[in-house]
Design a protein around this ligand. Structure first.
Ligand SMILES: C[S@@+](CC[C@H](N)C(=O)[O-])C[C@H]1O[C@@H](n2cnc3c(N)ncnc32)[C@H](O)[C@@H]1O
Length: 353
């Protein structure tokens, strides 16, 4: 990018001055249309209206079963997701949020005590940091976080590879980067990448999805798993004209930090049975868009999935069989699908915000 377009100043101006609330968004990119899980719907009324009115997320970025976890929400904005996770993390968990836009993080900070009371805590289990996400390694120790989340933020980063590498380094082994973001079906031309509104609306900075996979793998997240994704329908004529034929997607990924994960799904003859008991998912557990486990029903899985179930906190919910002694070739059709189902576009008219 040339020096004329200052990414950070652009973002700060957009989120700190131009947007007052979700109604000011010019596209449907920074909105969440998927319905929230019931356990989140129950928490939402406890979150202050001002926090919710400035929510600009594009997905659902929290897995269930957060009890006791140390969590970082990158680009937390006014803290809607951070506060929801603080309820799910319980007394023994803790949620940090970081955001560089003063107007956003100030709102998050203003409600720390209020939200703690509302969510049933004697003392807050949240802390909001006003800083650039590029500095996360100054605030946290290497391998100290259980979960890193982020909702529609990485596309705004100036150096996406650098931030993803830092996230990998800060996670514990067995930890996970679970996040939603906007991706494009191609590398975007400079006039789109440097357009003030498109960048602020999370379109201009969107990574070509294959480039994201490359970056994730290089950082150590060898087998990025899609949890959900939707095409964003661009209806605004001016924006349509600017982006041309490019298509955009809102995708939620689950990226595990686990030693030994391979860049392809290999068959070693493993199988897994979900035993039930996972909070909010008693009868079935969805690991990612390709892996739905029904309670008590054994399922053949690849070596990578076996590691995701055995080297993480999911282990207590599964009975696993198999080892890595014998290799039976490639495991077909497993988890690496990219935009397989894009028949469900998000349109501006659907948009909840
Ligand atoms: C689309 S909004 C999403 C906010 C929040 N996650 C939510 O769901 O409401 C993007 C947020 O990322 C923050 N952000 C963008 N670039 C950042 C950076 N380099 N460091 C810290 N925060 C950043 C912006 O200030 C803004 O609050």
């Amino acid at each position: 990018m040339n020096t004329q377009f200052d990414v950070k100043e652009n973002v700060k101006q957009y989120y700190g001055e131009e947007l007052q609330n979700t109604q000011d968004l010019k596209t449907s990119a920074c909105c969440t249309v998927e319905s929230l899980p019931q356990y989140v719907k129950e928490i939402l009324p406890l979150i202050h209206d001002e926090i919710q009115s400035k929510y600009y997320g594009c997905g659902t970025t929290f897995p269930a079963d957060l009890d006791g976890l140390k969590i970082l929400d990158i680009g937390c904005g006014t803290g809607r997701d951070s506060y929801i996770m603080s309820k799910l993390a319980g007394n023994n968990g803790f949620v940090y949020g970081i955001d560089m836009t003063e107007g956003q993080i100030n709102v998050a900070n203003e409600y720390v005590e209020y939200q703690a009371k509302k969510l049933g805590y004697e003392k807050p289990n949240t802390n909001f940091i006003h800083d650039d996400m590029e500095n996360i390694d100054k605030h946290f120790e290497i391998e100290s976080l259980d979960l890193v989340t982020s909702n529609c933020v990485i596309n705004l980063a100036e150096n996406k590879a650098k931030i993803i590498q830092k996230i990998y380094d800060l996670l514990k082994f067995g930890g996970v980067f679970y996040f939603s973001d906007i991706y494009a079906d191609r590398r975007l031309p400079e006039n789109v990448r440097q357009n003030h509104i498109l960048y602020g609306e999370c379109l201009g900075g969107a990574l070509y999805q294959k480039d994201f996979i490359r970056i994730a793998r290089k950082s150590g997240f060898a087998d990025p798993r899609i949890v959900s994704h939707r095409e964003i329908e661009i209806t605004e004529p001016e924006i349509k004209e600017l982006v041309g034929n490019a298509k955009f997607y809102s995708t939620t990924y689950r990226l595990w930090k686990i030693d030994g994960i391979e860049d392809a799904c290999e068959d070693y003859g493993h199988s897994a049975t979900y035993l039930g008991g996972h909070p909010e998912n008693e009868s079935r557990l969805q690991l990612d868009s390709e892996h739905l486990f029904e309670k008590n029903r054994p399922k053949r899985i690849c070596g990578n999935t076996a590691l995701m179930l055995s080297k993480t906190r999911l282990l207590k919910y599964f009975q696993l069989s198999g080892n890595f002694n014998e290799h039976f070739g490639l495991f077909e059709d497993c988890g690496t699908a990219v935009f397989r189902n894009s028949s469900n576009p998000i349109s501006s008219t659907d948009c909840g915000c």
